[in-house]
Design a binder for this molecule. Structure first.
Ligand SMILES: [Zn+2]
Ligand SMILES: [Zn+2]
Length: 396
């Protein structure tokens, strides 16, 4: 027997599993994919790229910004002198509303499909140098300054499908920070409407439907009594209840009367956050009551503020809403949909050190070092008051 063989046979003896020490894989039931966790690696020294921190000294109004109130846009349009949230159709939209005939005689290896849609830009606030996170702290408030953003999501969701009957899915998202490739610091998000259901929500809707119909999940020990409005098992209501009733709530970042924000057990990004309804099935933005809209604004404020406070920087992320497709496409397969919000932030160790999904992750599967529980604890412990307001007042 060689020494290598001896070493490998001793490695085959089972030791007790420690999720903070032993490499393991975690399953994402929404996308039905796995992530490799290597918690022991958080101890290794860092020699990778350092990004320069983003400057924070921006003016409240920038005459060259195409999103500031009253300014001209490149294609000739002019923004309203808006005082709250304002949206307009994107001048450089990725999709067009024109119907196009599909290509004929395609080889099965080279398939295409026409894609139709309309794209909108939502300016969150007239002030150029604010972010969602800063709207959480006085003189701003989520009730006054974030509720209008959610109301604009609702208006667009309602109007788009009325004005464009071909629209099947409405993708609301925000891309924030130069680290995420966002070219304009003015606080804004986007809404793309499409005549098809794109890959990510499509995968998730299929998983939600299968969970709902799988007889195994009828067992109350699995569904925890968290049922949808047709008394069927709901994956995401069960997840919310499971996380809120687990002793010490190790993955919960913050919760309120209607919503919970948590670092999902299967998170890929170091400080990934999933925001879920905690009480009942809400299929899409229009199904929210006014008190749920306010609760959503409050928890969005808390999550973004805590993320900014984590590394004392304007925390970059891609944030997006998943929800039920529009009425046009709604089949019974979509009635198990549950509104939720994903935050995918790239930062890893500081304002200037980010995670890249490269190498093994590109070739094999996503991998993380910091556990979801460690990440949740760090975000949870951050203050609810934005660091910039504290700095202005000085050390007292
Ligand atoms: Zn601006
Ligand atoms: Zn989702």
């Amino acid at each position: 027997m060689t020494s290598n063989a001896a070493a490998s046979s001793s490695h085959d003896e089972l030791v007790d599993f420690d999720p903070t020490e032993h490499p393991h894989r975690r399953y994402n039931p929404l996308t039905r994919s796995w992530v490799l966790c290597s918690p022991h690696r958080t101890k290794r020294p860092w020699q990778g790229q350092e990004e320069s921190p983003q400057g924070t000294s921006l003016p409240p109004y920038d005459p060259k910004c195409y999103l500031c109130p009253g300014n001209a846009r490149a294609t000739g349009g002019t923004n309203d002198n808006y005082t709250s949230t304002f949206f307009f159709e994107n001048d450089y939209a990725a999709l067009k509303p024109q119907a196009v005939a599909p290509e004929t005689n395609q080889h099965p290896l080279l398939q295409s499909q026409p894609a139709r849609g309309r794209c909108y830009v939502i300016c969150f606030n007239p002030q150029h140098n604010l972010t969602l996170a800063q709207l959480s702290t006085v003189p701003f408030s989520p009730e006054e300054h974030i509720v209008p953003i959610i109301e604009s999501w609702r208006t667009i969701y309602r109007q788009i499908s009325v004005e464009n009957p071909f629209v099947k899915y409405v993708q609301i998202f925000e891309n924030k920070g130069s680290a995420m490739g966002c070219s304009n610091p003015h606080p804004h998000g986007q809404v793309w409407s499409l005549d098809y259901i794109p890959e990510e929500p499509s995968k998730e809707l299929a998983s939600l439907k299968e969970w709902c119909r799988n007889p195994v999940n009828q067992d109350e020990k699995i569904n925890l009594g968290a049922l949808d409005d047709q008394k069927r098992p709901s994956m995401l209501l069960t997840l919310a209840k499971l996380e809120l009733t687990t002793e010490g709530q190790p993955r919960v970042v913050v919760a309120n009367e209607h919503f919970v924000a948590l670092v999902p057990y299967w998170a890929v990004w170091p400080f990934e956050v999933l925001l879920l309804p905690a009480k009942r099935q809400i299929r899409h933005v229009l199904e929210m009551t006014s008190s749920e809209v306010v609760a959503l604004a409050q928890i969005l404020a808390e999550v973004t503020c805590k993320l900014d406070n984590l590394f004392q920087c304007s925390f970059p992320y891609s944030m997006g809403v998943h929800q039920q497709p529009t009425e046009k496409s709604q089949g019974e397969e979509d009635d198990s949909a549950q509104f939720h919000v994903h935050f995918y932030p790239p930062l890893l160790r500081s304002a200037s050190v980010r995670k890249f999904l490269v190498g093994f992750e590109m070739m094999a599967e996503p991998q993380r070092d910091l556990t979801a529980e460690q990440a949740a604890k760090r975000i949870r412990e951050c203050a609810d008051r934005h660091y910039l307001t504290t700095m202005k007042e000085g050390p007292n």
